[in-house]
Design a protein around this ligand. Structure first.
Ligand SMILES: C[S@@+](CC[C@H](N)C(=O)[O-])C[C@H]1O[C@@H](n2cnc3c(N)ncnc32)[C@H](O)[C@@H]1O
Length: 312
């Protein structure tokens, strides 16, 4: 990413808004009153250390830190020997970061909005204690299939948000689709005492890892199945799958994954649709075709749905 050591790539809006780092809940007491418009800085070095360790950052790696603040994560990240691009929107923090890391060639401070800053083309990791208000926007940005080459993201987000992202039955198609290509998991719960000032809700260390066990074709098929299932949640699972393979095959595949074929599509976990997409992808490969199987099928290998690991 060709950015100057300190580049002002985007104008700040100038509007006083809660996206400027607010951990959502308004302060209730003077002692809790947020500095810098509600920004909750990380003050627990154990949390920073866990996040940095989890990111796998090391020499030769490129890490983008979004919302670097005063550098609670930037410092430990730089200590791993990784190259760090610290993105921060607030010029007051930018100035402090620049002073703190002026002698460190491995850290580049960029004054920009994390939602629009140019992201690297080469593979990179993200580590961030991001404002709750922009969690969705950032995930959308980072996990855009066309967009970026993010390998892993370690994020501090609101606990409830992390639960929604890792739910067996994601409420939103978009989240289900992210989960077909990335593993989203909660690595730990982080209490308000880990931040200054303390927010009024718990946070989660959310880990997002690009899946290496899902082929492009499987992901494409999973998207189609998920779209159908989310758009017609009451439609029978066998009919959703039956739009892509003959009915008998759909029946067998669903049964082998423990799904009752007439069950409503909405009751099938997102992970199962991904598994089924793997089966369709294998069918297409077996048939020597590039697209999903549509017409009558050759004799089946096995009615047992293979796990993504077996697909490799
Ligand atoms: C919750 S604080 C975390 C700061 C620091 N990473 C830490 O853990 O102590 C969020 C930081 O993100 C910055 N920020 C807020 N909105 C941003 C945006 N859209 N783009 C870049 N930085 C932003 C804030 O100025 C603040 O420094």
């Amino acid at each position: 990413m060709a950015m100057p050591r300190h580049s002002r790539t985007h104008q700040r809006s100038g509007r006083p808004n809660r996206q400027n780092g607010a951990k959502r809940a308004p302060a209730k007491t003077a002692a809790q009153a947020p500095n810098h418009a509600g920004i909750h800085l990380l003050r627990d070095p154990a949390v920073s250390a866990r996040m940095v360790r989890s990111s796998g950052a090391g020499p030769g790696d490129l890490v983008v830190e979004l919302g670097a603040g005063l550098g609670a994560l930037t410092g430990p990240l730089a200590a791993t020997g990784a190259r760090v691009i610290a993105v921060e929107r607030d010029p007051r923090f930018v100035a402090k970061l620049q002073r703190r890391f002026s002698d460190d060639d491995g850290v580049r401070v960029v004054e920009a909005d994390a939602r629009t800053v140019m992201l690297p083309h080469r593979q990179y990791a993200v580590v961030a204690n991001i404002p709750y208000a922009i969690s969705t926007a950032l995930l959308r940005r980072l996990l855009d299939p066309e967009g970026t080459s993010v390998r892993q993201a370690d994020l501090l987000v609101e606990w409830g948000f992390a639960k929604r992202m890792t739910d067996t039955h994601p409420r939103d198609l978009e989240v289900a689709w992210w989960r077909a290509r990335f593993e989203l998991s909660i690595a730990g719960r982080v209490g308000p005492g880990s931040f200054r000032p303390a927010p009024s809700v718990d946070s989660a260390h959310l880990v997002v890892r690009r899946r290496t066990d899902v082929s492009r074709q499987q992901a494409r098929l999973a998207r189609r199945l998920l779209q159908d299932a989310y758009r017609q949640p009451r439609r029978a699972a066998r009919d959703v799958l039956g739009a892509h393979v003959p009915k008998k095959r759909a029946h067998r595949l669903l049964t082998s994954t423990g799904i009752d074929p007439p069950a409503a599509a909405a009751t099938v976990p997102a992970a199962t649709w991904l598994l089924l997409a793997g089966e369709l992808s294998a069918d297409a490969a077996d048939a020597g075709r590039s697209g999903p199987a549509r017409g009558p099928q050759p004799p089946k290998r096995s009615s047992r749905a293979r796990t993504p690991a077996e697909e490799r």
